[in-house]
Write a protein that binds this ligand. Structure first.
Ligand code: GLP
Length: 243
């Protein structure tokens, strides 16, 4: 595990965007696993800038998002479809067939399970993910793999914890209580992983991810078993990591 602390959020975002840019310049048809949330927003801003300056080729990239709420429509501003449109897709030259986000629109459990299996299969069909970018929840979740998730889990429907709902929705009126997420096994199969964390509220999760016991109670701890992980944390998020 490689751990790097950056002086601030801006540096973290620029550094993360550069890692992705380098990957795309070297291998333009890379398969990227992408996160949502507040943490990566500035990384997407830098990446967009690099694209607009013609520095990064997006024509052949394929992307798979980590997760999506369920049930949700793609045009709902709370959805991760909407987030990706707003922060990346509308701003770079990329077509919709290059972009994959789990569909939160299934109308029954059977269709939901089927779509999850198809999503996992689509990742395999693209020969897996070259670079998986992750954020981290305060309780150590990655994607929506909450504490207790199986280490051999694949893309599946999950229940969200109250903690995650509180962290993700200021407005608690009718938040989605379920989601679709890549599993821990799906994430671990990526060739390379880049995890980003910013701010004091992530400090415990980062310390436990790096130095805590590898356990289902702390999903991010599984990354200790991956051969190629880089963790980028700003000073606040890095503040509890022991030298
Ligand atoms: C959500 C997402 C995660 C993300 C986490 C942290 O629950 N499912 O993939 O890493 O939130 O988000 P933020 O960056 O907003 O703190």
């Amino acid at each position: 595990m490689k751990f790097e602390s950056t002086p601030n959020y801006d540096e973290l975002s620029r550094r993360a965007a550069r890692i992705i840019a380098r990957m795309l310049i070297r291998k333009p048809d890379s398969v990227l696993g992408l996160p949502t949330g507040q943490t990566p927003t500035k990384m997407y801003r830098y990446l967009t800038q690099f694209g607009q300056q013609g520095l990064v080729p997006f024509q052949s990239v394929v992307t798979f998002n980590l997760d999506e709420y369920y049930p949700i429509q793609p045009d709902d501003p709370k959805s991760f479809h909407y987030y990706m449109q707003k922060h990346l897709i509308q701003k770079i030259s990329i077509t919709t067939d290059q972009v994959h986000v789990p569909e939160g629109t299934a109308t029954n459990e059977e269709a939901l399970q089927r779509r999850c299996k198809q999503y996992e299969q689509a990742i395999h069909d693209h020969n897996g993910i070259d670079l998986q970018v992750l954020g981290i929840g305060e309780n150590g979740h990655i994607g929506f793999n909450e504490p207790g998730s199986d280490f051999d889990s694949e893309t599946r429907p999950v229940e969200l914890s109250d903690h995650t709902i509180d962290a993700n929705f200021e407005d608690r009126a009718n938040p989605p209580r379920r989601a679709i997420t890549m599993g821990l096994k799906t994430i671990m199969h990526a060739d390379r992983i880049l995890l980003l964390a910013s701010g004091k509220r992530k400090a415990t999760a980062i310390a436990n991810c790096i130095g805590g016991e590898v356990s289902k109670d702390n999903p991010a701890s599984i990354l200790q078993l991956h051969p190629s992980v880089t963790i980028l944390a700003d000073t606040e998020a890095a503040s509890q990591v022991r030298a």
